[in-house]
Design a protein around this ligand. Structure first.
Ligand SMILES: Nc1ncnc2c1ncn2[C@@H]1O[C@H](COP(=O)(O)OP(=O)(O)O)[C@@H](O)[C@H]1O
Ligand SMILES: [Mg+2]
Length: 301
């Protein structure tokens, strides 16, 4: 099955033979990302493969999800794509033929880690946090633009203005995630990429939907390529994404078993594994994640 030029299916995404970054509006494309680390659990000098030759691409101005059960390599892939994990960092090594193409060439990106409360001082008010971030990102000459930029960013992220005088630790989990996003967006020039590691984990389904909806608006309005790992979105949240990239654990490391828009999951399963979708009530993404957990990285029940 072909989806926007990417071949879906276990082990098959390596057949991706683009880059046609210009004509297809592709902002990031990766080929044969093969990443291995020294195995902690082994006394010998064994290597453990975390990502097994995965390939794919995302288009600019879209909201994209990296899905998969725990330990499939979502955070590792995000780190590699965002450049925060170099070719030989984090105790690991990228294979020599692993390639990443980004557009524009000198793209700017921000990374929002999973545990935002660990990076922000709880006693500071939201106003102080955002004013500091604005000063750091724009310098003192832009000070007069701070108030309007803060107000505009708060409104895009559906954060009420009255929150500005509240300490960070008294905000709800959903608000805290969006404040961490707002902090990164304090530069007057929007970044080309925004990477987020599980921004909805630990949130209730309504807050999770709200957070992802803000990110969708951000992607469309400011033409940012938003790439987020996400654990188990409900159907409504899932359909906010333009493109999904589903990782599964295999004996040889994490592999991609599906890439495409959410509406393609059902036809994909129907044509590749019709016996898996006997239960028409459960959303197809649940079936796909169950397959992702089966441990062999192949499309078997
Ligand atoms: N530096 C490392 N050394 C050894 N194992 C690692 C290292 N980094 C990640 N791993 C292992 O790789 C797997 C994938 O990790 P991760 O990318 O964090 O997965 P996810 O975000 O999907 O939960 C996990 O089993 C993790 O224990
Ligand atoms: Mg992770």
């Amino acid at each position: 099955m072909k989806t926007n030029g990417v071949v879906n299916g276990a082990f098959e995404t390596t057949r991706l033979d683009v880059p046609r970054t210009e004509d297809e509006n592709v902002s990031i494309l990766w080929k044969n990302i093969h990443y291995k680390v020294n195995d902690w659990s082994s006394f010998t000098n064994n290597k453990k493969v975390i990502l097994h030759s995965v390939s794919g691409y995302f288009k600019s101005g879209t909201l994209n999800a990296i899905l998969g059960s725990s330990g499939t390599g979502k955070t590792t892939l995000l780190n590699i794509l965002s450049g925060s994990q170099g070719c030989s960092s984090g105790g690991g090594r990228l294979a020599a033929n692993s390639k990443i193409y980004v557009q524009p060439k000198w793209a700017t990106s921000y990374f929002i880690a999973q545990h935002v409360h660990e990076n922000l001082i709880g006693e500071l008010t939201i106003r102080t946090i955002l004013q500091y971030a604005f000063a750091f990102k724009n310098g003192s000459s832009a000070r007069r633009l701070a108030a309007s930029h803060i107000a505009q960013t708060m409104s895009t992220l559906l954060l009420p203005e009255k929150l500005l005088d509240q300490p960070f630790c008294r905000c709800s989990g959903g608000e805290q995630r969006r404040i961490a996003i707002a902090q990164e967006l304090m530069a007057l020039t929007a970044p080309n990429f925004l990477f987020l590691d599980e921004p909805t984990t630990g949130l209730d389904s309504v807050s999770a939907y709200e957070t992802m909806r803000c990110l969708q608006q951000l992607a469309k309005r400011q033409h940012i390529t938003v790439i987020s790992s996400i654990h188990a979105p409900n159907q409504e949240t899932l359909f906010l994404f333009d493109q999904l990239y589903v990782l599964a654990k295999s004996l040889d490391g994490g592999v991609c078993i599906f890439t495409g828009p959410p509406s393609y999951i059902r036809p994909f399963l129907e044509s590749n594994l019709p016996t898996a979708i006997t239960d028409t009530k459960s959303p197809p993404i649940e079936t796909l994640i169950k397959i992702a957990c089966n441990g062999n990285g192949k499309l078997t029940k």
